[in-house]
Design a protein around this ligand. Structure first.
Ligand SMILES: O=C(O)CCC(=O)C(=O)O
Length: 221
């Protein structure tokens, strides 16, 4: 806790410490989701005239989706979703005990990267694709804070398919911010967002259609 308070400047005199986690629900174009200590901007629609269901189907059919076994707190688990890693040669990524070597970019992924670069103003050399087959698939609380992403990474997170909830939780105050991520939406996380917050895609048992999420990243060489 002390470490995080040092790293999160706005925590001094925060009104949230010791209170019940606050929940807010916003989905406005280019809306800032985080109240302090980093940025996460939600853009509700970034795909222009593109039909997201066509993109989704092409990714479902063409991506070599794999089930990864990760190590957490010394135990091994199968990830509750399917993943794939694409990027420039050499842009390998290690998390939860697994190292992912990139598949080469496809024209579709390059064009989605262009959209994310234009909206975020940042350049990306890799992308993690997550396939949530239905609402039972999820991603637990975590931050994208691996050393190869650098100190204050910009991460652009594009959603396709089923609308799912997305939550941030402040590491110290425990404040929770929740939003919904509809198809064609983009969240751009930057600044202290990975140092001071964790995020999750919770299980939603009533969702019975798939969702694909693409998080574009820059691996430092
Ligand atoms: O599926 C999402 O919206 C988030 C994915 C995510 O948090 C990650 O890839 O690190």
């Amino acid at each position: 806790m002390y470490l995080c308070m040092v790293q999160c400047p706005h925590l001094v005199n925060t009104p949230h410490i010791g209170e019940e986690p606050a929940m807010s629900l916003f989905a406005v174009n280019g809306h800032e989701l985080l109240p302090a200590d980093g940025s996460a901007k939600l853009y509700e629609w970034v795909l222009g005239d593109t039909d997201p269901s066509v993109v989704m189907q092409e990714l479902l059919d063409s991506v070599p989706w794999a089930s990864q076994t990760i190590t957490m707190f010394g135990k091994q688990y199968e990830e509750p979703r399917r993943t794939a890693w694409f990027g420039d040669e050499g842009a390998s990524y290690t998390y939860s005990g697994i190292t992912m070597t990139p598949h080469p970019w496809t024209p579709l992924l390059q064009s989605l990267r262009d959209v994310c670069e234009q909206n975020s103003g940042s350049a990306f050399n890799s992308v993690l694709l997550n396939l949530y087959r239905d609402g039972n698939d999820k991603m637990g609380w975590h931050a994208d804070d691996e050393p190869e992403l650098g100190t204050e990474p910009v991460i652009a997170s594009l959603s396709l398919g089923a609308t799912r909830k997305f939550r941030f939780r402040h590491r110290v105050t425990k404040e929770v911010v929740e939003c919904e991520l509809p198809t064609g939406s983009l969240v751009v996380m930057s600044g202290l967002s990975q140092k001071c917050w964790v995020h999750e895609v919770p299980r939603q048992k009533r969702v019975n259609t798939p969702r694909i999420n693409l998080t574009f990243r820059k691996i430092q060489s």
